[in-house]
Write a protein of this length. Structure first.
Ligand code: COA
Length: 143
């Protein structure tokens, strides 16, 4: 059992960074406590899931963008031991229902992988683009 809290200002960023690590999203160590706090402050909103038994942080997602034309759901992640219990579904439902007063047009930035499309479809999203999306990075630019 779990609780979902929207924009919880008491969030423990140490636990959040640990969750990024457990989900394989901090292999290069870029997600420090400071950067994570700054990213949260610049987000349009975020939702945190806490386990009822020990109040530990077990899930997270946030919205980024200008809040008008472009809104994206990113960093949706659930601690492995708590998966397949509806945590992600409740996180997404809560963050979108809180934001839908401002905009209903929220797109999802998908990290490709087996089953990822079906996760969002099962949450009620519909696929907007079928072509693959390419990302261009600045790392090779002489800035
Ligand atoms: C993806 C992730 C957030 C799902 O969390 P979860 O709490 O297990 O998801 P839920 O229990 O809320 O399941 C939501 C729906 O997705 C489906 N689903 C969950 N994990 C799935 C998987 N690996 N493959 C296919 N479908 C999956 C569930 O069956 C459910 O559909 P249903 O309601 O029709 O049964 C979790 O596996 C995770 O943190 N993965 C690593 C990070 C990641 O890949 N995030 C997504 C980035 S795009």
């Amino acid at each position: 059992m779990f609780n979902i809290v929207h924009n919880d200002e008491t969030i423990d960023c140490y636990q959040l960074v640990a969750l990024y690590e457990e989900c394989g999203w901090n292999t290069d160590g870029f997600r420090t406590i400071k950067r994570t706090q700054d990213a949260m402050n610049r987000s349009l909103g975020y939702c945190v899931a806490y386990a009822k038994e020990d109040l530990s942080l077990i899930g997270f997602c946030r919205l980024i963008g200008d809040g008008i034309y472009g809104v994206q759901l990113v960093d949706l992640m659930v601690k492995p031991a708590y998966r397949k219990q509806g945590v992600a579904q409740q996180l997404v439902k809560k963050i979108i229902s809180n934001f839908s007063k401002i905009s209903k047009d929220i797109s999802i930035m998908l990290v490709d992988g087996p089953g990822i499309n079906s996760i969002y479809k099962s949450m009620g999203f519909s696929m907007a683009f079928r072509e693959s999306v390419h990302y261009f990075e600045t790392t090779s630019m002489n800035l």
